[in-house]
Design a protein around this ligand. Structure first.
Ligand SMILES: Cc1cc2nc3c(=O)[nH]c(=O)nc-3n(C[C@H](O)[C@H](O)[C@H](O)COP(=O)(O)OP(=O)(O)OC[C@H]3O[C@@H](n4cnc5c(N)ncnc54)[C@H](O)[C@@H]3O)c2cc1C
Ligand SMILES: Cc1cc2nc3c(=O)[nH]c(=O)nc-3n(C[C@H](O)[C@H](O)[C@H](O)COP(=O)(O)O)c2cc1C
Ligand code: SF4
Length: 642
């Protein structure tokens, strides 16, 4: 295990314009979707930030506070006087742990919609963001002046909430980046044309805010590369950073736009620390401190970023969603106890993009801290019991962790020779190794918590009752539905599928189906990909997970058949029906059919034990076949029984 002294940089204090941070870790701004529909902060925000402050982070940046109603979006919190009472409680709560908190200010510009703003949306030019596709109104000079003033007024108001500093968002979304972007700003006046003109409004906003905030730090969240056609690149961003340097106290790095979101929120399809080279270039060009960002997961990488002078501070968003106690665990030298973000983007970004409050696959308590803070989950039960868990997949392992942390005596049966259940399959798909991180973490903590793990032991009614348990959890997963003459995902991953021209009938539309297609295509096969949904793989998070996979499949022999179900397979001929167009298509020369996504809950042991033990629970795929996220969340929901 690594020891504390290895992280001397990461744990060292740092000052931003006189604001003392106790360490170098910053909880990056991210919209959690916990605001009310009228843009007010809620108790959920407070519990959420308190958990990360308790977990030791040095600085929290509270995201995207709306400065003007023409730029509000969804459940974003607005810089309105009605927000002040709760914001004051949030800053006071965070301060009680010695953590500092800054406010990020923004206006969504062409990245909101008129159904939100009840007026035409504002933008530098009448050019839409292609993910929103609503044509905005080109702002007049008066509207630009109103916008600049609105940033100042918002900062003035938020001073009353005791924020320690402020940051303007010139990032993957927001009107200020839209002004910087040659792709979105085609103005002919002093706010468009040259790089200096495009930057004008940002400098005006910074100058407007400054008098209202006195000595407090003022930073900029700056997109360092738009990664879109005709957008600005890292070379331009360096010029922007140099222009803004005299007016700011720090630069918080950011990348991409909604049109290139895979770069803003890099998923496991990108290597860890993907953006660090670009960040190092900016750091060299400016004199103010720089915050690094983008899939920094491991403390060792964070320490290396600081040691090498790539940046001054380490920004983590998803890392601390997945592990609120990241800093405390680094301080204690308990690196292996960190529940790492896997980069799946399923329940953070994925839920946000469905306009839902965010949570986390590997940390289902995230966003539910009011009921499931670490303190509550780790409080010892006054009445220790014997708990038997059947199934060593994610559901069973998480249930075992929660029970053992409460001080119960836990026995876990797993019939195979290793823990992980179907996550072992998930993580053996192309590029998906990191999904196995959750099993690494759970295995580690179960061993530390002395859970009695019995591998190679298929539990029957007899084995369970022999333990004389007080509480039994059945987490036996699901079985493949019998589909004679077809192959399963297990067959694919065990290389049992022969033939060069194959059909994947994908009822899953998530990673199981998409992964099977990629696995087979990587073997050089021609893969017909049929799915009943409107576009192939649509249940993956689309912008950050599916599109990078599409990018890879584009170079392979993959033929997509959306809105299609196989209704007949005979002599190498597969008949696909498109029920919406009421058309059929015949594929010839198909040598193998692989079916994904059809499973039945394995609840036989639950039925056998019903009425025979004091307390019996069914969780995960054994309750209903879903996904790892649901398996872990089911385990969490058991905690009130523990
Ligand atoms: C290829 C693939 C890709 C996937 N991709 C994703 C994804 O991207 N995101 C996502 O969230 N989910 C994904 N899933 C789904 C996810 O893996 C499952 O939903 C999840 O593993 C279910 O967890 P579980 O613990 O309920 O069941 P399982 O993981 O099936 O674990 C059940 C365990 O119980 C054991 N067992 C069964 N009966 C007994 C018994 N009588 N005694 C002892 N042990 C027993 C089994 O051996 C197994 O280890 C994917 C699945 C596959 C196959
Ligand atoms: C759910 C979610 C919402 C986000 N919202 C914002 C936001 O409001 N403002 C912002 O500047 N960045 C936002 N981000 C981007 C993060 O600050 C960060 O740059 C990104 O997640 C990459 O860092 P990470 O790999 O540490 O997560 C968001 C990220 C996530 C996951
Ligand atoms: S849902 Fe996935 S990507 Fe998001 S924070 Fe959790 S582990 Fe990371």
């Amino acid at each position: 295990m690594e020891n504390k002294t290895n992280f001397s940089q990461l744990l060292s204090p740092f000052s931003i314009k006189g604001v003392e941070l106790k360490n170098r870790v910053v909880f990056l701004p991210h919209e959690p979707y916990y605001g009310s529909e009228d843009h007010l902060p809620t108790e959920k925000h407070q519990f959420y930030y308190e958990e990360r402050a308790r977990g030791g982070v040095g600085l929290i940046v509270m995201p995207s506070l709306g400065v003007h109603p023409s730029g509000y979006y969804a459940c974003q919190v607005a810089a309105r006087k009605e927000s002040l009472p709760r914001l004051k409680e949030i800053t006071a709560t965070v301060h009680a742990y010695g953590t500092k908190i800054f406010a990020q200010l923004t206006h969504y510009g062409n990245q909101t919609k008129s159904v939100e703003t009840l007026q035409p949306t504002w933008a530098p030019s009448a050019i839409p963001d292609m993910t929103v596709r609503e044509i905005p109104k080109e702002m007049t000079g008066e509207e630009i002046a109103t916008l600049v003033k609105a940033f100042g007024q918002a900062a003035q108001l938020l001073m009353k909430a005791n924020f320690d500093g402020f940051e303007i968002k010139v990032a993957h979304d927001g009107i200020l980046r839209q002004f910087l972007s040659p792709a979105k700003n085609a103005r002919k006046d002093e706010y468009g044309g040259s790089l200096q003109n495009r930057a004008r409004i940002v400098i005006e906003v910074l100058k407007e805010i400054r008098p209202y905030i006195g000595d407090k730090p003022l930073g900029i969240r700056l997109c360092l590369d738009e990664f879109i056609p005709n957008g600005y690149s890292i070379d331009d961003a360096i010029e922007y950073a140099k222009l803004f340097n005299p007016f700011v106290d720090y630069i918080n790095s950011d990348f991409g736009t909604w049109e290139s979101m895979a770069y803003s929120l890099p998923s496991l399809n990108f290597e860890q620390g993907f953006h660090l080279k670009a960040i190092a270039r900016v750091k060299k060009a400016v004199t103010v401190p720089v915050i690094a960002s983008g899939r920094i997961i491991q403390p060792a990488m964070a320490e290396q970023v600081l040691e090498s002078g790539t940046a001054d501070l380490i920004g983590l968003a998803r890392g601390l969603i997945a592990e609120p106690y990241w800093v405390k665990k680094v301080e204690a030298g308990e690196i292996e106890e960190i529940s790492e973000c896997t980069g799946c983007n399923q329940k953070c970004v994925g839920r946000l993009l469905q306009n839902r409050a965010i949570s986390c696959v590997v940390n289902p308590a995230s966003g539910f801290e009011e009921n499931y803070s670490r303190q509550v989950l780790s409080s010892r039960s006054p009445n220790p019991q014997k708990v038997v868990i059947v199934g060593g997949g994610p559901a069973g392992l998480k249930a075992a962790e929660l029970a053992a942390r409460k001080g119960h005596q836990v026995v876990l049966f797993e019939k195979s020779d290793s823990l992980g259940g179907r996550v072992k399959l998930e993580s053996s798909l192309p590029g998906k190794k990191e999904l196995g991180g959750v099993i690494r973490y759970l295995t580690y903590v179960l061993n530390r918590l002395n859970v009695d793990i019995r591998l190679n032991t298929e539990a029957t009614e007899r084995e369970v009752l022999a333990e004389k348990p007080d509480l039994v959890v059945i987490a036996t997963g699901a079985n493949r539905l019998n589909n004679p003459g077809t192959y399963s995902i297990e067959d694919v991953l065990n290389n049992k599928v022969s033939g060069e021209n194959v059909l994947v009938m994908d009822y899953d539309a998530g990673l199981e189906g998409t992964g099977a297609v990629e696995y087979l295509a990587n073997q050089g096969k021609t893969v017909h990909w049929a799915t009943p949904v409107f576009f192939n793989g649509q249940d993956n998070e689309v912008a950050t997970v599916l599109l990078p996979i599409y990018g890879r499949l584009g170079t392979k022999k993959v033929i997509a058949h959306p809105m299609s179900v196989m209704v007949k397979f005979d002599n190498g001929q597969a008949t696909l029906l498109n029920p919406y167009f009421n058309r059929t298509e015949i594929l010839s020369g198909i040598e193998a059919v692989i079916v994904t996504g059809l499973r039945a809950a394995d609840n036989a042991l639950y039925a056998a034990l019903k009425g025979k033990v004091k307390s019996l629970h069914l969780i995960g795929d054994a309750a209903a076949p879903r996904d790892t996220a649901a398996a872990l969340a089911d385990a969490l929901s058991l905690s009130s029984n523990l």
